[in-house]
Structures are given as structure tokens and as C-alpha cells.
Design a binder for this molecule. Structure first.
Ligand code: GCO
Ligand code: MG
Length: 408
């Protein structure tokens, strides 16, 4: 069996999804996601210029050898762009393998450990009242877990995860106003004064059972994060996400020494080496990698098994920038993983998105149910794809009040 050709598409409804389609001499094709939010053309170019030419003629069933060939063969290893490109190839090869077996992908990992996988939605509000309404809306739809982000009084611009008052949340999810980033202002003191109380109010309002998550988005210093974690202990968060930027992994030790709040981290990681210290030293509770830019199923499954040895559960990244193909790969891992924790779920979920990526994966009452179709269980409609093209976009850039550049 041989790979005969592969194509890359960039575009989609409200997002620049990077979709790879690998064709074989037996008519079976595989699909993968290489979307790297706001840098989408780069994994696409890496695939077209360097990877597809070396795939042609290889046996697609040898996904492990192909992964090692790409990773080791680059010499300059890793990085989000390369790992997203390998991730898409790897997903597509597993898709082909499971289609050949006539089985849904989770069967190749060892079958199902659960029927539905718990997901968390994003509730946001420009103030606490709006946030409460947003949480209530998800609660009424049956969601059991919600990430809560809230506007902060005194903060000059909207805080992380929140759009400006009066603007729709779509603006935050997809900022396609151009390549030059918007600038936001962050004030740690305002945040630390307000957020513990806001989280306590949400707990009070929704009772003990709702799983409440909160994302600090790398904004605090280690000592501030340790103090913050301690101050929100009575809220009993499901997790506190990215309290500090993870380049300095010792910072997590300080947080651990001061609080038992569960910590989730790793959405910007792209290899098992990035996760190693935090998992081995048991400094986190949830590992947040994404199948796309952590090198695909082959590499992420390795991270999941390693995490299991250290009581670390999965909490895969599920920002809206992941296409339904990445979400499907994660859904199959979620169905299998003995150390599954939760899945962030935020695909755009529009009729256009469903038309571009038809599938039977379904969401019900805050749980995701994996499709039983052979392979990843997601198709790709090329005639729909022809309606879309790349649109330049950017993440905001964050500064402190005095102009110092800070962490988005
Ligand atoms: C999350 C993340 C995202 C990121 C986004 C960047 O927890 O979902 O923090 O919303 O900001 O993926 O592209
Ligand atoms: Mg996050």
C-alpha cells in the first residue's frame, strides 16, 4: 500500500482551518488538522514544501516510522509549526489505519473506557452579572463544567477571555481585523482584588456540584499565583489553568507548596519533553496539550500514558481554532484514556462547519459521544471548502499600564 498524493486546504467558516488530505493507491484517504491559530499559513507551507514530497510512495500503515522519520529527520526538532504539520500527517495516517480495519479509532487504542466524555464550555461576561447569565445558559443546557472569565472593574480593557462591553464574544474568538495585533492593558492588582470574590459568587449562585474552571492565561508571577491559588481554595475549583507562563517550571513548585487547587497546564506545549518535569514531579493535575500541535496521536498518546503514571489526567485543549478533525482525534483518545479528565469544547458548531466537516460525533447534556464510523469519523467536503480562503488575523498583545509588554 502506498501514499499517492496529499493536499492542503486553508480556510473555513470564521476560522483558517488547515486541513490535510492524504490519498492512497487503495482509494482510502485520511484527514488531519494542522491549524495553528493565527499562524495558519506556516504549517500549511511546511506540509506543502517539505513533508508531502517525502510522503509520496511510503506505506501509510507505518505511522510510527513516518513520525520518527519526520521528527528526527528535521534535525531541528519540535516547535509548534513543525509539530502541527506532523500532527496532521499522523492523524491522517491513523484515520487511514482505522478505516482499513473498519473500526472507529478508539478500538485501536484498546476500546472504550466510558460512553460519554465530560466537556467544559466557556462562560464569559463583561461583568459578573453577564457572567452569571452566561453560566446559567450553559447550566440549563445540561453542562456540568464551565470555564468562567469575567470583566474586572478598574481594568482599562477587557481581561483575558472577555470581549469589551456590548461586543459579541465572536470578536474574541475570531479576530480577523488583520495581522497587526490589537493591544490590551492588564492590571494584576485589579485582577487579584476582584477575581477571588467573583469566583466565590459563582460558586454561591450555582451550588456545590457545578465544576468551575478558571484560566489565568499566564498573567501572574509565581508568588502572585501561589497567593491567588490559596485565596480561591474555598471555591473548590475543578481547575486553575495556566497560572504562570510555563517556561519557568519551578514556579509551579511554589504554587503547590501553598495550595491544593488543581492545576491545568500545557496548551502551548508541543512535545513530551515540555511536559516531562511537570508530570514527573507531579506539579500539575491536568495536561492540556492538543493533538494537533503536540505532534498528533502517536506523540500525544505517549504523553497520556506517561501522565497516567503520575496521577495526571487529560484536559485536552479545545479552543475554537481546532478543527473538528483535531476534536475527533481527541474524542477517540478521551473515549479510551484510563486517565481521562475533561475535554474543552468550543468548535464553532455552525451549520457551515458541519457542512464542511460532516460527522456523527455528538454533544448531549455537556457530554461528548464519539462516533462509531470507521476512522476518525469526520469527512471533509471539498466543494464546501472552495467557498473559503485564508483571512489574516492575530492574537491581541498585552501591556501593563506603564507600557511594559506582558503575556497574552
Ligand atoms: C483556552 C485557551 C485559548 C487560547 C487560544 C490561543 O484555554 O482555550 O487559553 O482560548 O487563548 O487557543 O490561540
Ligand atoms: Mg487556556
Amino acid at each position: 500500500m502506498k501514499i499517492t498524493d496529499a493536499k492542503v486546504f486553508v480556510g473555513g467558516p470564521g476560522k483558517n482551518y488547515v486541513t490535510l488530505k492524504i490519498m492512497t493507491d487503495q482509494g482510502v484517504y485520511g484527514l488531519g488538522d494542522a491549524t495553528l491559530n493565527n499562524r495558519e499559513t506556516l504549517p500549511a507551507a511546511y506540509l506543502k514544501d517539505y513533508l508531502i514530497p517525502v510522503l509520496i510512495g511510503r506505506d501509510p500503515r507505518n505511522s510510527e516510522d513516518i513520525w520518527q522519520f519526520l521528527y528526527r529527520g528535521a534535525y531541528f526538532r519540535g516547535g509548534p509549526i513543525a509539530m502541527a504539520a506532523y500532527g496532521a500527517i499522523d492523524m491522517a495516517l491513523w484515520d487511514i489505519k482505522a478505516k482499513l480495519a473498519g473500526m472507529p479509532l478508539y478500538q485501536l487504542f484498546g476500546g472504550k473506557s466510558r460512553e460519554g466524555a465530560l466537556v467544559h464550555a466557556h462562560a464569559t461576561g463583561s461583568d459578573l452579572e453577564a457572567l452569571t447569565d452566561s453560566v446559567a445558559a450553559y447550566y440549563e443546557q445540561g453542562y456540568k463544567a464551565v470555564r468562567v472569565q469575567c470583566g474586572i472593574p478598574g481594568m482599562p480593557t477587557a481581561s483575558y477571555g472577555v470581549s469589551e462591553k456590548g461586543q459579541s464574544n465572536e470578536n474574541f474568538i475570531a479576530d480577523f481585523s488583520g495581522i497587526v495585533p490589537k493591544e490590551e492593558i492588564w492590571d494584576t492588582d485589579c485582577y487579584l482584588r476582584y477575581m477571588p470574590e467573583a469566583l466565590a459568587r459563582i460558586r454561591e449562585q450555582f451550588g456545590p456540584e457545578l465544576k468551575i474552571l478558571h484560566d489565568v492565561h499566564h498573567r501572574l508571577l509565581p508568588r502572585e499565583a501561589a497567593g491567588f491559588a490559596k485565596s480561591v481554595e474555598s471555591v473548590r475549583l475543578f481547575w486553575l489553568e495556566d497560572p504562570t507562563p510555563a517556561e519557568d517550571q519551578n514556579a509551579l513548585e511554589l504554587i503547590r507548596q501553598h495550595s491544593t487547587v488543581p492545576i491545568a497546564l500545557g496548551e502551548v506545549f508541543n512535545s513530551i519533553w515540555d511536559c516531562k518535569q511537570l508530570i514527573e514531579k507531579e506539579l500539575i493535575d491536568f495536561i492540556r496539550v492538543a493533538v494537533t500541535y503536540a505532534g498528533g496521536i502517536t506523540h500525544v498518546k505517549r504523553i497520556v500514558d506517561f501522565a497516567a503514571m503520575h496521577h495526571v489526567k487529560t484536559g485536552f485543549h479545545g479552543a475554537p481554532s481546532h478543527s473538528p478533525l483535531c476534536m475527533a482525534a481527541q474524542a477517540h483518545l478521551n473515549a479510551w484514556a484510563p486517565n481521562f479528565g475533561i475535554q474543552e469544547y468550543l468548535t464553532l458548531n455552525s451549520a457551515e462547519c458541519d457542512a464542511l466537516f460532516p460527522s456523527n460525533h455528538r454533544m448531549e447534556q455537556g457530554m461528548m459521544y464519539v462516533s462509531d464510523e470507521p476512522g476518525l469519523g469526520v469527512d471533509f467536503d471539498e466543494s464546501e471548502a472552495a467557498r473559503y480562503h485564508y483571512k489574516p488575523g492575530s492574537h491581541p498583545v498585552v501591556r501593563l499600564q506603564d507600557g511594559t509588554l506582558w503575556n497574552y
